[in-house]
Structure formats: C-alpha cells, structure tokens
Design a protein around this ligand. Structure first.
Ligand code: ZN
Length: 261
C-alpha cells in the first residue's frame, strides 16, 4: 500500500465491567468470567494531516448508559499534541452512541461516513427498539445538522481518502459499518473498530451480540485480516488488551494512550 506513512494512536476514554457472556453470540449464557470493554478513539498523523477516527461519548452519556468515564477524548488528543478545534477530518466508523458523540469537540471538521450508515440510522430499522438502542437521537440529529452545513463526506464502499489511508465498508455490526486501513512504518494496520469488538471475536469467528447482519460480521473479520499486513495488524474496537500489547508514547500516558504503528 503506497502513500504516506502515518502515526496511529489509540486513546482510551471509558470502561465497562461485564461478563464474557455479554460479548459473544452463541456463547455460554452462564459464563460469568469477567471480560470488560474499553472505549477508544483513534488518531492518525502524517507529516501534514490529521484524521481522528470516531469521537466517543461524553460524561453525561456515560452516566446515562452506566459506563465508567475516564477522560474526555479531547484531553487525550491534547496529550498527543492535537488541538481538536483545528482537526479538519473525522472518520465515523458507525453511528452507535459510543463512536459519534462529543458533538462540539470538532467544530472545523468534515465527517467521513458511509452512505449506508446514514440510511440505516435515519431509516425504518430505527423503528425497532432492538436496532435503535445503541443509537442516540441527538447524535443522529447532530449529523443531520452537519449534513445541512455541508460538513459530511459520504463514502460508498472502499475509498482512499488520503495517501496511505482508506475506508472500507464491511457492514455487519451496523448497515454502514466501515473499517480504516492505514499505512505505517511497521506495515499496514486496520482499525476494525466494532467490526470486531475484541481480539477474541475475530479469532474465534464468533460475533458480538449486536449485529445488523451476522453473515457480514464474519465476512468482515476475513476482510479486515485480508486488508492488513498480518492478523496482528488488525486492531479491535473495544479490547483492553490493546493497551498492554502496544507501548505508550511516554510513561505518563500509560494505561491511557498507546501508539499502534
Ligand atoms: Zn462500540
């Protein structure tokens, strides 16, 4: 994959204690083994451009949803030298509440989104409470306001959006779920976001229980693996292991921010 070489950061901003049975479809319904989720946003830096991947939720939403809020994603970006107010490009992997909140954090940004995700979160599927609950109407309304301000960039399928950086529609978890492929000094990394919540979902081939299309979820694992330099180059969306497998850019950021490239 030619093009720029990007630095890639994962920034943890929230946490949720839960049991393993909550993270797998067709798992043992009595498996109470602790298997917590972490919540991340990601940042990509090249010589001249910055992309933020997903925007997280804020403290109020964390309270509402019973998640443990750690630090606002804006603070994490600041800690690696990124001023959120000046970020020009945000990629939204999908419109679930934990990926597209903090509406005022990026006033200068264009938001990159798949056509099918906007269709999904504004369409008939939202009439079903089971499909709707991971979405927040305020997030969707905020995206529509951006749309009418000319600040949404729609993608349909696979597109290179900067040299060495592309988005790829996989669907599955949501109708318009997209993953991010990025060229780095150690090869091509794929940010799978919720195309695989945990390493274990893609390794075992067992989807997380929220899915729009289960067949697309398992195909998405294969696709993410195919797009990356190796299976180890695929980064799941919510796995606490990401923080222990990768180094922090400096000692004081340990447990909060890691560098993936
Ligand atoms: Zn998520």
């Amino acid at each position: 994959m030619p093009g720029n070489v990007w630095e890639v950061y994962a920034i943890r901003y929230a946490h949720h204690e839960r049991a393993a049975r909550e993270n797998f479809m067709a798992g043992d319904p009595h498996d109470e083994t602790p298997m917590p989720l972490d919540y991340y946003v990601w940042a990509l830096k090249s010589d001249d451009r910055i992309f933020v991947v997903d925007t997280g939720f804020d403290e109020a939403v964390a309270r509402q949803r019973g998640r443990t809020f750690l630090k606002n994603p804006g603070e994490g970006l600041k800690a690696i030298g990124i001023d959120a107010a000046r970020v020009a490009d945000v990629i939204i992997t999908h419109m679930h509440y934990d990926h597209c909140g903090n509406h005022d954090l990026f006033p200068a940004a264009r938001y990159h989104l798949q056509d099918r995700e906007m269709q999904f979160c504004t369409g008939r599927q939202m009439m079903h409470s089971f499909m709707r609950w991971p979405f927040d109407a305020e997030d969707v309304a905020a995206m529509i306001r951006r749309l009418f301000a000319g600040r949404v960039v729609f993608h349909n399928g696979d597109e290179e959006i900067a040299p060495g950086l592309s988005v790829h529609h996989v669907g599955g978890h949501t109708m318009g779920m997209q993953i991010v492929r990025v060229n780095t000094r150690r090869g091509v990394i794929v940010l799978a976001s919720d195309a695989s919540h945990l390493y274990a979902n893609m390794e075992r081939g067992i989807p997380y229980p929220i899915a729009y299309n289960v067949g697309e979820v398992v195909e998405g694992y294969r696709r993410a693996y195919d797009l990356a330099s190796s299976r180890e180059h695929v980064i799941p969306g919510h796995d606490p292991l990401v923080l222990s497998r990768y180094p922090s850019p400096s000692p004081e950021l340990k447990g909060w921010i890691v560098r993936l490239d």
